[in-house]
Design a protein around this ligand. Structure first.
Ligand SMILES: Nc1ncnc2c1ncn2[C@@H]1O[C@H](COP(=O)(O)OP(=O)(O)OP(=O)(O)O)[C@@H](O)[C@H]1O
Length: 250
């Protein structure tokens, strides 16, 4: 007799419900997000794609609490961030969210290690030694820790930025075109790392990208068009992403 094992409940790291974002007023108003409802499972790597102006950056900024919404709710875990006051939101971003931007945004006078640890130190927290070691080893940064950003390649600098984003064990990492300034080989290293941080370290990553090759590293691709959800792909490949974008007229 077979015994059914209960399915492990999928934990949702980030949820948007009926989110509307309008820029400007009157005749010049732009509805950047026109009522979006979507969930992002914990432990998954999601890419957000869509034509230029479809609302990708706006969605990411709203999900990460970097921008306010005009209607709807956003939760990070169980916390409704759309109800938080500025100070609480700043604290939540610092403690529970990691960011990786297209520009690496490292401080030039600090070493790689100091850059990675700065946010934690400013928050008065100590790094978790085993976690730090795990990140550094997965990223292959051990022999670069004492180098300044100017002594590192673009790919290495972005890997330092990834380590900085992960060091506080955030609930979710938002990556905005993380490979936009990298050649394809360095970009592949960074994407490999983001994927490994999900598969081996159990992290949750949400990435905006224009690049179908980058999106193919994700578990799931979410497609936007005109501020609405226009579909999604599971286990995307470069070709399936290209076909979906073509269908959207991107
Ligand atoms: N600060 C702003 N003020 C006014 N309009 C804005 C602002 N930010 C974005 N928009 C508009 O909102 C819409 C969505 O923009 P958004 O940047 O989110 O799109 P995107 O999909 O990220 O575009 P891209 O791929 O070109 O970066 C666009 O029409 C854009 O012009």
């Amino acid at each position: 007799m077979s015994v059914a094992t209960p399915q492990a409940a999928v934990r949702t790291a980030v949820t948007a419900q009926d989110v509307v974002k309008v820029y400007g007023r009157g005749e010049t108003a732009v509805r950047a997000l026109a009522g979006i409802s979507i969930g992002f499972a914990a432990g998954e790597f999601t890419a957000i794609m869509g034509p230029s102006g479809s609302g990708k950056s706006t969605l990411m900024h709203c999900l990460a609490g970097l921008d306010t919404v005009d209607a709807g709710t956003i939760h990070i875990g169980r916390t409704e961030i759309t109800r938080l006051a500025d100070r609480e939101l700043t604290k939540l971003r610092r403690d529970r969210i990691g960011f990786v931007f297209q520009a690496f945004n490292l401080l030039p006078t600090l070493t790689a290690e100091q850059n990675i640890l700065l946010g934690l130190e400013l928050a008065g927290r100590r790094p978790h030694k085993a976690w730090f070691d795990q990140i550094i080893d997965v990223l292959g940064l051990r022999d670069r820790l004492r180098h300044k950003p100017s002594e590192l390649s673009g790919g290495q600098q972005q890997r330092v930025a990834c380590a900085r984003a992960l060091i506080a064990q955030p609930d979710v990492v938002f990556a905005d075109e993380p490979t936009g300034n990298l050649d394809s080989r360095s970009g592949a290293e960074v994407l490999d790392f983001l994927r490994m941080s999900v598969k081996r370290l159990g992290q949750t990553v949400i990435m905006v990208t224009h690049d179908p090759v980058a999106a193919a590293y994700a578990d799931r691709v979410v497609l936007l068009a005109d501020g609405t959800l226009a579909g999604e792909l599971r286990q995307p490949t470069r070709d399936s992403v290209l076909a979906a974008l073509k269908h959207l007229g991107a």
